[in-house]
Design a protein around this ligand. Sequence first.
Ligand code: NOJ
Length: 676
Amino acid sequence: MLKHLLIALMPLALFACSKPDSQSQAHQTSAANASYSIASPDGNNVLQFTLSNGKPLYEVSHNDQRIISPSAMGFVFKGDSDGFGPMDVTGTSEISLDQTWQQVWGEKQGIRNHFNGMSVDLQETTGQKRKLSVEFRAFNDGIAFRYLYPQQGEGGLVIMDELTEFNLTNDGTAWWIGAYQDNRYEYITTESALSTLDKVHTPLTIKTDKGLHLSFHEARLVDFASMTLARQEGTAFKADLVPWADGDRVKTDGSFTTPWRTLQIAENAGDLITSYLILNLNDPNKLEDTSWIQPHKYLGIWWGMHIGKYTFWESPTHGASTQISREHIDYCKKFGIDHLLIEGWNKGWTPAWYENAMHMFSFTESTPDFDLKTVTDYAKENGVKLIGYHETGSNIVNYRKQIDAGMALYQSMGVNDIKIGQVGSRLNMKEWHHGQFGVRYYREVLEKAAHYKLAVNFHEPIKDTGERRTYPNMMAREGARGQEYNAWSEGNPPSHTATIPFTRLLAGPMDFTPGVLDVEIKQGYAGRDVHTTAAKQLALYVVLYSPIQMLADLPENYDGNPGLKFLQDVPVDWEDTKVLNAEVGRYITTVRKDRYSDDWYLGSLTNEDAREFEIKLNFLDANAEYEAQVYADAEGITWEKEATKIAVSNTSVKAGDNLKLMLAPGGGTAIRFKKL
Ligand code: NOJ
């Protein structure tokens, strides 16, 4: 039976107190054997810390179910192979918060940060008598903890291993991608028994045999290696920090604060998506002026390169020419999509640009067929904002030399958005993208971008751990297989977009680049197509949250397409989000309310299987009439047969009505509920 250290809840207030003697409800038999626990505000999630013969352990339970059995904590430092010796508890303190903060932009405007927490200070009883503190937090939607190691006079300190264990009590189904692979996070998610995994990336999503939905991840990853999870035996996992090329895991100046190790706990799959625990564990916004940060939709000179219509490099079919740029600006104006991404306008692209090598891209010089000033002026005249692009090819040495000049150039052109790519298996052909080297690099670029008033879209990124709360210029990133895989590989299976909302997207917004309505890719490579229906492509704009959404197809494929109207209407900034039904890897129906109108939008999609849903419209305002503008799969189609056909219909609805959705195999439905 767990002994709870009950922490009184003070709404809208934060309190903290130091309790060196730690009496109260904590159970402490001696300094070397002690036990403290906290419960979430609703009492459902309990985190217990125990010092057992001087060894720190933690465990987690949800209602009466133990989820994590006693699991080890701590570190091994360089030159000290055994880790910490026996420890004492030297102090504890408590903290509680119930506060609602506003997102600058987001999937929900007001986020409630509500938790009970405690901090436990430890010290070795022998040897160097080193100190270590652990902070714990229990939220209604999960738990988190992190370590703080104060400066103790050693100078530089290298972490060789983190000993944190996650000893899960039950097996279950896991959705995962393997860590330490050359294509970073860009793999199809595998679904398999938890007890069969090896080393995996987070977010790691699990449905336990008892029916609980769990997601392991981390929050506030700053100047540390990212954490992967390595299975030890059965369902016991251990933190596995991504190393530097020289084998060190984390280089510190003698003190460090780890990212939060997080476990989101939900009764159903949809509640994982509407959990904001990761954001709540990040620091508040540091940018005073955010007026230049603008969620938006955009067209691009992009898909054409991926399907082989254009080239990135100088050639008779070079995509980023002045002429083709002007044509795209004309399309932006015609469609009312006011941002345009132009890739490949700069020198340095070759047909082998993506191969692992220290490619030398220029970030300021344009190709002879592209006139930056002409294109910039033409965009301005037509009310279109250009999105800057930096492909580093993972040559970070080259990028660091030019980054200021490249960003300053964009700033001088009035550009406020930049996509930054890191194609390559290792940064500088040496370091993992997700080791401490990468974590430092991506943060440095993000801060520099804020200096030049540029909002960032990272491709080949470090995983998202909630930085957007602190730096709202961190808009979106890739970090999974995006749409482009459909252009030149065997493609993403229909289940892919029914899976990533519960895995990759739990970390934060993704630049998936949806909206390819010519799913048969008529102008592309033979045998390649998008494994969805066109209506499902529309549903992605609601299901896959991002404050920037590309209309990824060739612009001519939107002209006259019945789906274009939905893409023009659908917002990118939301007041609220709800998940109406969901099963990981199978299906999901999400509704979101526009931040700037009374309209709601729905996106529903399925894997390979056809589905029928009866949706209760109880999210709409009572006593109001809405026009439901429905974009559904045309009758009889599948993702393999006549997949481009969208059936558009309009019907009057009100709160409480039921609406039937019919999803084709690999299909979806998108709806705008326009308040009348
Ligand atoms: C990979 C990115 O994901 C893609 O969007 C981009 O077009 C290419 N790299 C070229 O930089």
